[in-house]
Design a protein around this ligand. Structure first.
Ligand code: SAH
Length: 329
């Protein structure tokens, strides 16, 4: 819809904010309607071998109590979520090698018996792993590129390789997953130009889902003293994604609500059509601390379900009853 130059101009001009948010809301309504898809999120392990500079789960962080939720307990949360009306389960974790191909396949097969869509968000794996997960029934996969600025990517992700992350995204697309990606907004030294490139990257990949969230500095990471991302800038990147990829799924991210008490609703009114409430119990919520001040850490799955539905109805939208695949596919 826009050229790179126009995207940059819009991102830089704060007088265009309201126009952009309203435009994205209109395009959202025309293309994906008023239904909001709820995805039940199970953060099943906070153990991670990576050292991403911004993330509280990074391996060198010793100030975090690590946990793993095993298959039987994962299934309990999934069943409870299905009883609460969720049509999609999202399994997210750090890059925890305990969960090898066989274990993940077993979890997928058991969850798929519940007749729900299943999304994985467990990081970089081999083509053969992704293929095995798909063959076991996984429908979608989320792996954010985080930033398309290769220098910044390198600085933020020690011992990781940008090209491998791209390889993952391409493999997932090739295998027929609904493929989700996304970026962080407000990383140190991140430029507006690179955010425009992120948006164009999502379009080129033809991402089926794009999650955009502000970077929130975590006290137990090397980025503790940096400025965090700006709420409105993250919302603008998200709104532009809606304009460029009009029929995809876009979550109102939890990180947005951490910066603004009404953040997810504002996001739903600026292009988003998905919310991912946590469906585990309180003992794990606080420990999956990718960033500080995560919302709803003292709520249970039932409360979260009721709370978010109330908010969705209050803005004249409704909770979608279908599995929420990308429209037109
Ligand atoms: N290990 C998986 C899941 C990562 S957690 C993977 O690599 O894909 C999900 C997302 O949380 C990350 O992709 C990242 O964009 C976001 N995140 C991590 N640390 C953050 C922080 N400090 N502030 C905001 N978002 C953060």
């Amino acid at each position: 819809m826009f050229t790179r130059k126009e995207i940059i101009e819009i991102l830089k001009d704060s007088e265009k904010n309201e126009w952009l948010f309203n435009f994205a809301d209109k395009i959202r309504k025309e293309n994906v309607g008023d239904g909001v898809h709820l995805r039940g999120l199970i953060e099943f392990s906070n153990i991670c071998k990576r050292e991403c500079k911004y993330c509280g789960l990074r391996a060198p962080n010793k100030n975090i109590q690590r946990y793993r939720i095993l298959v039987d307990e994962i299934l309990e949360y999934a069943k409870n979520a299905v009883n609460l009306g969720y049509k999609t389960i999202v399994l997210q974790s750090g890059e925890d090698e305990y969960f090898d191909r066989k274990k993940i396949c077993e979890i997928i097969e058991k969850i798929k018996e519940l007749d729900v869509a299943l999304t994985l968000s467990i990081g970089e794996r081999s083509y053969d792993d992704y293929k095995a997960f798909k063959d076991s029934g996984a429908d979608r996969y989320l792996i954010r590129i985080e930033t398309t600025d290769k220098n910044l990517y390198k600085k933020m992700h020690p011992h990781m390789d940008y090209e491998n992350r791209i390889r993952c995204l391409k493999d997932l697309k090739k295998l027929g997953y609904e493929t989700g990606t996304g970026c962080l907004v407000g990383l140190p030294d991140q430029t507006i130009e690179s955010l425009a490139d992120d948006i164009l990257f999502f379009k080129e990949l033809d991402a089926d889902m794009v999650g955009v969230g502000p970077f929130i500095p975590h006290p137990d990471t090397p980025l503790r003293d940096e400025f965090g991302g700006n709420f409105d800038l993250a919302r603008k990147v998200m709104a532009l994604v809606r304009l460029e990829l009009s029929d995809i799924n876009i979550p109102a991210t939890t990180a947005m609500e951490t910066l603004n008490p009404n953040g997810r609703i504002l996001a739903l009114q600026s292009g988003a059509n998905v919310v991912m409430p946590n469906v585990t119990t309180t003992e794990y919520r606080a420990k999956y601390e990718i960033y500080p001040n995560k919302i709803c850490i003292n709520e249970n799955p039932n409360q979260c379900r009721g709370c978010i539905e109330g908010k969705i109805k209050a803005i004249g939208r409704f909770v979608s009853q279908d599995k929420g695949f990308r429209r037109g596919k």
